[in-house]
Ligand binder design. Structure first.
Ligand SMILES: Cc1ncc(COP(=O)(O)O)c(C=O)c1O
Length: 356
């Protein structure tokens, strides 16, 4: 993929790296940050002064609209280092388009593509030591936009800050994921912001997810807000079901995030000749499949954990265990995806993007 750029983003250099303070063998997801951060401000109708500087605190007015009205969106993506030390991104244009789609829904101006890619790639080269080689090691990338205009009038901000942070990550073992199927609370509604990566979508899930945790479950599988009849997605993952040998997942709607891992799994399944159906899936269909033994797997798909197999789900306080499968789709698609991400196999889809 050709991705040359003209603009040069200034870099304020660190005095010394913090990398030796970090224990790369015991990383907690999202806790440590690299030496640099990217910042660019929107003012007077355009984005100005992109800069890469040492990671550190911001000074923002306590009246900034992000604090009062949650006008904020974000993205989640990863960089990988192959055995030769080359850095790769996975479908980064999709993340770029998605943050601007999220921004539009939150009345935030679109960010320019050239500045995004130049900022991201320059910073990846500066923080390159933080990306460790080895299957499962990665650098989690968190672009985000916040409304910075000071003022508590409930109207859209006319000033914003676009930032990118990096956090080193290891393979994300969640252990067994047990999920609750939502019967009362909702994550998203028709016409709402579910399809956007709006900060408030996540804050609003913490309380019902805590209720699930109190009962020994880790996540909620959200259902449609009208009837709680259709299975939609999990907190930060799209969800797949395997009934007999058919792979099922819900269609994208304005309640569901158009996950990049989700569409990659669908493409791999189609390539591999796995019968795949993208259609509405009812809770009653799932219960029936559990009872007659045709439900083989449930797994979540998302950037952070790649694929997370579900070991049990609960519905109306009844718990249904998933069988232990030797040749699971979850393991198969996780391996196939990661081999492409780590440049271990050919990439017939053109998903891999080399950072120069
Ligand atoms: C609500 C939600 N669904 C699904 C996903 C998975 O999306 P992706 O595969 O692009 O990471 C995420 C994570 O980004 C998410 O936050």
């Amino acid at each position: 993929m050709d991705h040359t750029s003209q603009q040069i983003i200034p870099v304020e250099k660190i005095e010394s790296s913090r990398i030796n303070d970090v224990d790369f063998n015991n990383l907690i997801f999202g806790k440590e940050f690299t030496d640099y951060m990217f910042e660019c401000d929107f003012k007077d109708g355009s984005w100005h002064n992109p800069i890469i500087k040492p990671f550190g605190p911001l000074t923002i007015s306590p009246a900034a609209k992000v604090f009062h009205y949650g006008q904020a969106v974000f993205e989640g993506m990863k960089a990988y280092k192959d055995n030769n030390g080359k850095i790769w991104l996975f479908r980064p244009e999709d993340n770029f388009h998605r943050i601007n789609k999220s921004s539009k829904r939150l009345a935030i101006p679109a960010f320019p593509k050239e500045i995004f890619f130049e900022g991201l790639e320059t910073m990846l080269n500066l923080d390159s030591e933080w990306i460790k080689k080895g299957f499962g090691n990665s650098l989690y990338i968190r672009p985000f936009v916040i409304a910075t205009q000071a003022g508590v009038a409930a109207s859209p901000s006319d000033e914003f800050k676009f930032m990118i942070l990096f956090s080193p990550a290891q393979e994300y073992y969640k252990g067994e994921v047990r999920v609750v199927i939502a019967e009362y609370y909702s994550r998203a509604a028709n016409g709402g912001v579910g399809a956007a990566k709006a900060a408030g979508n996540y804050g609003a899930q913490f309380y019902p997810t805590n209720l699930a945790k109190e009962k020994g479950f880790q996540q909620v599988i959200w259902t449609d807000s009208n009837e709680h009849k259709y299975l939609e997605e999990a907190g930060t993952m799209n969800v797949f079901f395997r009934i007999n040998d058919t792979l099922l997942t819900a269609p994208i709607s304005d309640r569901i995030l158009d996950g990049i891992t989700r569409k990659s799994v669908i493409a791999l399944a189609e390539r591999d000749g796995v019968h795949t159906e993208v259609r509405k899936i009812t809770v009653s269909e799932l219960l029936e499949a559990s009872k007659n033994g045709s439900l083989k797997e449930i797994f979540g798909a998302g950037t952070a954990a790649v694929i997370s197999p579900v070991s049990a789900y609960s519905y109306k306080d009844q718990v249904f265990d998933l069988p232990k499968i030797e040749t699971s789709y979850a393991n198969r698609f996780k391996k196939e995806l990661m081999e492409i991400q780590y440049n271990l196999v050919e990439d017939p889809f053109g998903w891999r993007y080399e950072v120069k």
